[in-house]
Design a protein around this ligand. Structure first.
Ligand SMILES: [Zn+2]
Length: 75
């Protein structure tokens, strides 16, 4: 039996690695994606994330989320 490995991979630059720290971002066009810190910073500075989608505050329900009850799961 093979265990399912969760490969940490950035959805934007396609870099991957077991030690990568990924952040979830609510991209305005792509929806919820996992990105590396570099890409996250770029998205943030370019204002390409949905406002209020990061952090623990703000709206917990978002229509673009793949599952409405958990905004940053499904990975
Ligand atoms: Zn990246």
């Amino acid at each position: 039996m093979e265990e399912l490995k969760i490969l940490r991979k950035c959805d934007l630059c396609d870099r991957s690695g077991e030690n990568m720290s990924l952040l979830s971002a609510n991209h305005k066009e792509k929806g919820w994606i996992k990105v590396c810190r570099n890409c996250w910073s770029e998205l943030y500075s370019e204002n390409r994330m949905v406002a209020g989608s990061t952090g623990s505050t703000g709206s917990s329900q978002d229509s673009s989320s793949p599952c409405s009850s958990c905004p940053s799961c499904c990975y």
